[in-house]
Design a protein around this ligand. Structure first.
Ligand code: SF4
Length: 466
């Protein structure tokens, strides 16, 4: 069986050589950059807004126990059933149990990366429930039986033609290249599904401790229908989603829209506080909140990398990452792609299998600069590299490092090595990339750095010699 690292390497090599794919991603992001910068400039001060957002998240994460208790007690006071799920299995089992108890046949779901993280759809289907994604991008990738490509834009790797062909094959619609027509095709299917669904499942963008409410921000109105039409609703919420106050949304909603989608604010911003109350005309009769840990508390215990829990899943770090833009979202093989995925996946799913992700970075720091909550992403990638080497030492790497240190600490040896390197350079040029080249894994796609003809020491000596 292929390791995750091998799968990543093979997929990355494939997508990087696919110029059409790269062009598609560049095109999809070109408009985003311009809009993001325009809306950033509407903030009185984007840097000050980032500082404030980082402070608020730091306060929330550093006092997570207190804010979660506050959030839960207010939710329960309005009749919401809260389940603390230590892991993915417990969360899945609880949700399936609720569905069985209510004799659910069909489930409608709004976008939730946390549900992707626990593989909820697969588990529901295995237990005989029909699950339909109601977010358009998610619905498209669900029809293609593939995972979302990007945290925010799940189907950004597809052309209109591909979507039209997909709808034609799976839904029997007429081919069209018009985005509005394509949306209407999905909308017609979806409207029926909303009415048929016995249970709705959503995620949450934020969980407000002060009011015990869930905030969902979206552009299609699908989350509103998902949360209000079915009789039973389940919201799956990662414990790190907490914000202390309702007023914090005044900063976080426009910030998420700006950084995530290049919008001033998303079209629908809704707060959900529990089941339908007496006298209310709509809303679910039963409301469940599943609070998911799934190793987040282990990350919380890591003082060095705890701030990775500040992430608001805006996807901005993916959009600027040169590696993501070349290898594409599916190469990662993870729920969370790009820089933030490479930082948190080794914590959430195990360092041994996912340590290779921290190497999928040029450490250029573009992700850190783009992050609205100021997570020091490229430093965290370095921390992960260091942790990987400490816990799983690679004998060859160790030998190279030890040799390097040994040579560098002995000037005579260093000079000898540099002379030998200079002598071997013409030969290396001759055999570069061929089977005779011991460095061909490196030189196949990169040029080997040339040694200067003369060392600094030699030039200095010549200069001083009259
Ligand atoms: S790490 Fe920062 S930029 Fe990346 S998704 Fe999270 S909040 Fe957005």
């Amino acid at each position: 069986m292929k390791t995750h690292a091998r799968q990543f390497n093979e997929s990355a090599r494939h997508y990087t050589a696919d110029l059409h794919h790269r062009e598609l991603i560049q095109k999809a992001l070109a408009g985003y950059y311009a809009r993001r910068d325009e809306f950033k400039s509407r903030f009185q001060s984007w840097p000050a807004a980032r500082d404030l957002a980082a402070d608020i998240k730091r306060e929330a994460i550093n006092h997570l126990d207190r804010y979660l208790d506050e959030f839960v007690s207010r939710l329960e006071a309005r009749g919401t059933k809260v389940f603390w799920a230590p892991g993915a299995k417990e969360a899945r089992d609880y949700i399936i149990g609720v569905a069985q108890q209510h004799k659910v046949r069909s489930v409608i779901k709004s976008k939730s990366m946390t549900a992707e993280e626990i593989h909820l759809n697969e588990a529901l289907k295995q237990n005989g429930f029909e699950v339909v994604e109601s977010d358009l991008g998610e619905y498209i990738v669900q029809l293609r039986r593939e995972p979302p490509y990007h945290l925010v834009f799940p189907a950004m790797h597809l052309t209109r033609r591909q979507i039209s062909d997909l709808f034609h094959d799976r839904l029997g619609s007429e081919p069209t290249n018009d985005p509005e027509d394509l949306t209407m095709i999905a909308r017609r299917v979806m409207r029926r599904k909303y009415c048929e669904a016995d249970m709705g499942i959503s995620g949450a963008n934020f969980a407000i401790a002060e009011t015990g409410m869930i905030s969902i921000t979206e552009n299609e109105g699908n989350a509103r229908l998902t949360t209000s039409l079915p009789k039973v609703h389940v919201a799956l919420v990662g414990i790190e989603k907490v914000l202390p106050k309702l007023s914090d949304l005044a900063l976080f909603l426009p910030m998420l829209a700006t950084a995530g989608a290049g919008q001033s604010i998303t079209c629908y911003n809704t707060l959900y506080g529990g089941p339908r109350q007496p006298g209310e005309p709509d809303g679910p009769e039963e409301f469940h909140v599943v609070l998911l840990d799934n190793r987040r508390t282990e990350l919380l215990a890591d003082a060095e990398q705890r701030d990775a829990l500040h992430c608001i899943r805006c996807g901005a770090c993916l959009n600027v990452c040169p590696v993501f833009k070349n290898v594409g979202g599916h190469s990662y093989g993870t729920t969370y792609q790009g820089p933030i995925g490479s930082v948190i996946t080794p914590h959430l799913r195990g360092l041994q299998d996912w340590k290779h992700l921290s190497q999928a970075s040029s450490l250029c720091g573009a992700c850190t600069e783009a992050c609205p909550v100021k997570i020091n992403l490229h430093h965290h990638l370095l921390h992960n590299r260091r942790n990987a080497v400490r816990v799983y030492p690679a004998p060859l790497d160790n030998l190279l490092q030890t040799t390097f240190v040994f040579v560098m600490c002995r000037p005579g040896l260093y000079q000898l090595a540099a002379r030998l390197g200079r002598l071997a350079q013409p030969l290396q040029r001759l055999i570069r990339g061929t089977v005779l080249d011991p460095l061909r894994a490196w030189t196949k796609t990169r040029s080997f750095p040339a040694l200067a003809e003369k060392s600094f020491r030699d030039r200095w000596r010549e200069r001083k010699t009259p």
